[in-house]
Design a protein around this ligand. Structure first.
Ligand code: TXE
Length: 481
């Protein structure tokens, strides 16, 4: 495996230019690797390889593709410790979080192996239109050559959520990792070689959004784009897809609410609230960054949240005491700092945090931060911050809680904490969100969907929906004999 090459057509290939990307450890700000940065020519090469490979790969059976997917899962499993370490060092997340990511990726490849096998049984299923005298057979065919663009917060997981269903469907792939965290995805090239994945089925080109991402989404040889990242870039991805009437899946931002009712188990509430905003240093599209607390319990809950947040140990990923790492990049650190400054300038009340974490000379560390009584027109209440910053408001009754929760442009996720099962069901049906957790941390399973309402994106990843995103439906209709 080579950081100065791209994985194209089954080989490690020298890039078209000698441009490089410095990859940083966000806990130390040290350069940990130099990675080749590509351009449109590299994208061309990768798309051509994927197009050639598609001719045979599309004709493989689901069972054959399942064999490769399971082999990928086993190869990741065999290197799980090493992959988690690479991911932690590059992303800054504590090692235990990176281990969860690797486990999630393994489960995803295994799950889509099962769905690939089922695809064989789902082919050519007849729909008999007896009254009309016709029979129509349904075929599910791969969407073609797909461009997959992933961000830096959960790089190996997001890659698995796209690569696994795309391979299961019979698509061939050009993957663009984030320029911030390319190291762990590059390992997928080595894994592809190791499991004997046919040349050109998976291609990986590193580089910036403008130099590699944009040429990929604009490439006429790409049939579908799946993108996870910011709304700003999501819009441009959709614009280029519009020009070519190309299928596009978008997993974008969020500003998800957590609703805590007065009958809540407060110990559980503290754990689930903190998990929803400080896991991965808050760099989660699904972060429950707007906390809505029923008035009567607000004083006790806030007191507990303050002391629990102040007890969170920040540190290097490899320190076993570390509960929260740094922000992943200097740019994200600055973005989060700017939001905190804006909160101060708006006169918002800080319950805790709001500063660079003490005791760190280097690294992008920010204290777990909580603002209370945040007005609904504040930028901090409305916009995605993507960092360890929680905004709190109170509500009086269920109707107000639902109204406040839904009063946002995004609709990715939500959390509900209550001892009343009927209320939990009622409220979850009323919320505009793609995934809702009741009295729980944000557990994610390959079987359940991922994606959002409103501006959180288009389409769903995971589950059978994740596979459908890479399939075209064809009907073959003829008169009954
Ligand atoms: O994302 P970008 P950034 C949100 C979060 C964060 C903000 C900015 O709010 O603060 O986005 O993060 C590629 N054509 N999310 O700037 O730029 C880029 O190279 C094609 C939420 O890092 O969207 C990278 O691979 N691709 C999100 C990917 O897009 C382009 C996760 C994401 O980068 C491109 C990350 C272009 N013109 C950030 N420009 C989530 N939904 O989880 C960039 N890219």
């Amino acid at each position: 495996m080579s950081y100065d090459k791209f994985f194209i057509d089954g080989h490690w290939v020298a890039p078209s230019t000698d441009a490089c990307l410095a990859v940083i450890n966000p806990a130390t700000e040290e350069v940990i690797a130099e990675v080749a940065a590509g351009g449109p020519q590299d994208v061309d090469l990768a798309v051509s390889a994927a197009r050639r490979a598609f001719a045979d790969w599309r004709r493989t059976s689901g069972a054959e593709r399942a064999g490769y997917l399971r082999a990928i899962a086993r190869a990741i499993e065999a290197r799980a410790g090493e992959l988690a370490a690479i991911s932690s060092r590059n992303n800054g997340k504590p090692l235990f979080e990176a281990e969860i990511d690797i486990g999630d990726a393994i489960a995803t490849y295994d799950y889509y192996a099962g769905l690939a096998e089922q695809l064989d049984e789902r082919q050519n299923v007849p729909v008999v239109l007896a009254a009309e005298g016709f029979e129509s057979r349904t075929r599910l065919e791969p969407a073609g050559v797909v461009g997959l663009i992933v961000p830096w917060n959960f790089p190996f997981v997001t890659t698995a959520w796209k690569v696994a269903p795309a391979l299961a469907a019979g698509c061939t792939i050009v993957l663009k990792p984030s320029e911030v965290t390319p190291l762990v995805e590059l390992q997928m090239g080595e894994i592809a070689q190791q499991v004997g994945l046919p040349a050109g089925v998976l291609n990986i080109v590193n580089g910036s959004g403008p130099d590699v991402g944009a040429p990929l989404t604009n490439h006429p040889g790409i049939d579908k784009v799946s993108f996870t990242g910011s709304n700003r870039v999501g819009e441009t991805v959709m614009q280029s897809a519009a020009k070519q009437i190309q299928s596009v899946s978008l997993e974008l931002g969020g500003k998800s609410p957590m609703l805590v009712f007065e009958d809540a188990d407060l110990d559980g509430a503290v754990e689930w609230i903190l998990g929803g905003i400080f896991y991965n240093a808050g760099q989660m599209c699904s972060a429950t960054s707007r906390l809505l607390v029923q008035e009567r319990i607000a004083p006790q809950l806030l007191e507990r949240l303050k002391s629990a947040s102040e007890a969170i140990t920040l540190g290097d990923s490899f320190d076993t005491n570390t509960q929260m790492g740094p922000l992943t990049s200097a740019a994200q650190y600055q973005t989060v700092q700017a939001y905190i400054e804006r909160g101060r300038a708006e006169g918002l009340q800080l319950l805790t945090g709001g500063n660079r974490a003490a005791g760190f000379d280097r690294g992008y560390f920010i204290e777990p931060t909580i603002f209370v009584d945040v007005p609904t027109d504040s930028a901090l209440w409305r916009e995605e911050i993507f960092g360890p910053v929680l905004c709190v408001r109170t509500f009086t009754d269920e109707a107000e809680a639902i109204r406040l929760a839904n009063d946002n442009d995004f609709g990715l996720a939500a959390g509900i904490i209550t001892a009343d099962g009927q209320r939990a069901q009622r409220v979850s049906e009323a919320l505009d969100a793609g995934h809702i957790w009741i009295n729980s941390l944000q557990v994610v399973f390959p079987e359940t969907s991922w994606g959002g309402f409103k501006r959180s994106g288009i389409g769903r990843e995971l589950g059978p929906w994740g596979l459908s995103a890479y399939l075209e439906v064809k009907h073959i209709t003829r008169p009954l004999d």
